[in-house]
Ligand binder design. Structure first.
Ligand SMILES: O=C(O)c1cc(C(=O)O)c2c(n1)C(=O)C(=O)c1cc(C(=O)O)[nH]c1-2
Length: 680
């Protein structure tokens, strides 16, 4: 193995094709988001295993000093651990001891949090040669020297005037840096770009959705694909960008030389407003395969035609070779937001199988094997009457890393059943606003019906760790949790599975049967995926432990606000003596204003809340990163300063100046007071 040593004088050869393709010859390293280009998030290390996991202890930790969700997977190369926290600050540590070697802060403006629907998170960094590559929230790709932390090159991937942000981890495939962006919710046209990792030169660009045909071809790698996509769109869809943003997931097959792009939802969300309720709207919620060298279109498979629900197919894609009906197939697997588990041939995009992995699916009864299309239920498309969808925009499974163990043949993911109320606005009531969450939804009509539906939402919430057999397309086993919101998954050759849980623990299960081997209270519910590495003959498990983003549940929904700051935590066998600081006390100063709020104010506030606040603070103001029904007196008194003048920017709460007027912010405040009075 490459149990390299940290520190001076140990410059490695750098990450190259051989180190990635023959990653199992370097079991100690974790040099890409999911370790390998196939995104299996499986490690061949087995020193920590099903026979000794109970001896794990905390080896070291670092306080990341934020309450926001830290979503990154660290990298480990030659004994150095590289970690990224919110706003893309990267720190290099001695992977054995946690000693800090350097920190690089790209100086991302805190206001960029306003264009990240679910928080200023980053899911990680990439490595190539002797550099670390950052995809910054403000759209920069930045290469830094991994030995010194000094900048090598920087390139801006989108126009900073537009409604984009980067939250996903870049990948480097044979020297080409691949990155997409978020922004489908704010009015943007999704695209993916490739840059030369050595020089920062742009190589190709692939648009995911078409634009105004009067403009002619883009002159980009996606032109042939846009000829296929254009006839599937109607009306003036380009005004709100169209969306499709690839904000998280990629995979790469070096033999086929194909890059797989998982694409996102439409902008605005409502199909009726986006495309006159007509057409499949390619390539929303699809997997698109492109040539890695040129970016040219190769094939696509659309999971969600007629996208109408903020369903994304940006969820992790995992490549594996497996025996199906007697034949070894090269597959690509995905469990996107819509609740179906898909197995496709990754050479051709042909559907091999698809099965729902959640117990309720109000979207489609099945996927037709002849046409490859979902049998969408007649009740699924949105009308002006509020109805429940499950899965919802909060997803049956979202970006949380999925793992495939070639040893068990099973796929593991954090599954959830979390319904939401949908209704489209009346005709004439929706208008595109740059920078606002452009859903086209109505959040206020028929309040009595909504209250009844909300009860059903709360009664039906479920979260569980799901082990899925992709060949038989059926559940192997599950571990149920009291609520949605547990994290990503790692498996290893030691027959262990590592997951952060909503019970504020890190847990280890047997990968073959789900039996719990070890669990430790860590005062935090990690949403990120764990990694594992080996240095000097010792195996470690590392995870960023911080809770936030989607699912928009609240760790404190039924009590006062209480949780620990996010931490990078590292575990090994037999570690003793390192303990976490005591949990901060709960805040007890929630304040209930008594004023009566007129119904029309609350109704206007409800819609504005749905467009600008619910991604972080929960549908119906029932949770999220901070429960706004439990604001203290000071927050109520300074509400307009917080919302419009950015006085809590340092916490990651953006300013909505220019997006909301003062009157609109007051309506939102009125709505929140109503919600506090209802639920106090
Ligand atoms: O359409 C987009 O551009 C976009 C971006 C992001 C993001 O960048 O985090 C998310 C989503 N959509 C999304 O639909 C979603 O459910 C989601 C959850 C999270 C998260 O951080 O937990 N991000 C995003």
């Amino acid at each position: 193995g490459d149990g390299g040593r940290a520190g001076a004088g140990t410059v490695g050869q750098g990450i190259d094709h051989d180190r990635m393709v023959n990653a199992d010859a370097h079991p100690g390293q974790w040099a890409s988001y999911s370790r390998t280009w196939d995104e299996q998030r499986y490690s061949p290390l087995d020193q920590i295993n099903d026979g000794n996991a109970q001896d794990l202890g905390l080896a070291w930790y670092d306080d990341l000093e934020t309450y926001r969700g830290v979503q990154a997977s660290p990298l480990v190369i030659d004994g150095v651990l590289y970690n990224e926290t919110i706003f893309n600050v990267v720190t290099a540590y001695d992977a054995r001891t946690g000693r800090k070697l350097w920190t690089y802060d790209p100086g991302v403006g805190k206001e960029w949090a306003g264009l990240a629907c679910c928080g200023p998170s980053s899911r990680g960094i990439a490595a190539w040669g002797d550099s670390i590559i950052i995809g910054a929230l403000d759209g920069r790709l930045i290469a830094i020297d991994r030995h010194s932390g000094k900048e090598i090159w920087s390139a801006q991937t989108f126009d900073r005037k537009d409604q984009y942000s980067i939250t996903g981890a870049p990948r480097v495939y044979d020297g080409k840096v691949i990155i997409g962006n978020g922004g489908a919710d704010y009015g943007s046209r999704g695209f993916v770009v490739a840059y030369d990792a050595a020089t920062g030169k742009r190589l190709w660009k692939f648009y995911i959705v078409p634009t105004d045909p009067a403009k002619g071809p883009d002159g980009e790698a996606s032109d042939s694909a846009m000829r296929i996509a254009q006839p599937t769109w109607h009306g003036k869809f380009w005004e709100a960008g169209g969306g499709g943003n690839a904000w998280d997931s990629f995979a790469y097959d070096p033999k086929l030389n194909l890059v797989y792009i998982g694409t996102g939802n439409g902008s605005p969300h409502m199909w009726h407003f986006r495309s006159e309720g007509k057409g499949d709207n390619l390539f929303l919620c699809s997997i698109v395969a492109v040539d890695a060298t040129t970016g040219a279109y190769k094939w696509h498979y659309q999971m969600v035609p007629e996208e109408d629900w903020d369903y994304t197919c940006t969820q992790p894609m995992v490549l594996a070779d497996m025996k199906i009906k007697g034949r070894t197939r090269q597959v690509i697997m995905q469990a996107p937001k819509n609740g179906f588990f898909y197995v496709l041939d990754r050479g051709t995009g042909q559907l091999i199988s698809a099965k729902s992995y959640v117990s309720v699916n109000t979207w489609a009864s099945h996927v037709d094997m002849k046409t490859g299309r979902p049998a969408v239920l007649p009740t699924a498309h949105n009308t002006t009457t509020p109805h429940l969808m499950n899965p919802s925009w909060m997803a049956a499974h979202t970006w949380h890393p999925m793992s495939y163990s070639p040893k068990t043949g099973l796929v593991y993911l954090s599954a959830q059943e979390q319904a939401a109320i949908y209704a489209r606005a009346e005709d004439g009531q929706y208008r595109y606003v740059k920078g606002r969450n452009n859903t086209g939804q109505d959040h206020a009509s028929q309040p009595e019906l909504r209250k009844a539906l909300m009860k059903e939402v709360l009664a039906s919430e479920k979260g569980y760790l799901l082990a899925w057999d992709p060949v038989k397309q059926r559940e192997a086993w599950r571990v149920s949790y009291p609520l949605p919101g547990s994290g990503g998954v790692l498996t290893t050759a030691g027959n262990i599975l590592v997951q952060g849980t909503i019970n504020r623990t890190l847990a280890i299960y047997r990968a073959d049967n789900g039996l719990k081997l070890w669990e430790m209270n860590i005062d935090q519910a990690p949403v990120a995926g764990a990694i594992t590495y080996m240095v000097d003959g010792e195996q470690y498990i590392a995870i960023n432990a911080g809770w936030g983003g989607s699912p928009v549940y609240n760790l404190n929904r039924d009590g006062p606000f209480r949780f620990a700051t996010a931490k990078l935590m590292v575990f090994k066998l037999g570690a003793k003596g390192v303990t976490l600081p005591p949990m901060p006390p709960a805040t007890q100063d929630a304040y209930l204003p008594r004023e009566r709020i007129p119904a029309d104010v609350a109704a206007r506030g409800a819609t504005l809340y749905g467009e600008s606040c619910n991604r972080c603070h929960g549908d119906n103001a029932t949770g999220g990163i901070k429960d706004l029904r439990k604001m203290n007196k000071e927050a109520h008194d300074s509400f307009l300063d917080i919302v419009l003048r950015g006085t809590r920017l340092h916490n990651g709460m953006p300013s909505f100046e220019g997006v909301l007027t003062e009157a609109q912010a007051k309506d939102i405040h009125g709505y929140l007071i109503t919600r506090a009075q209802e639920d106090w």
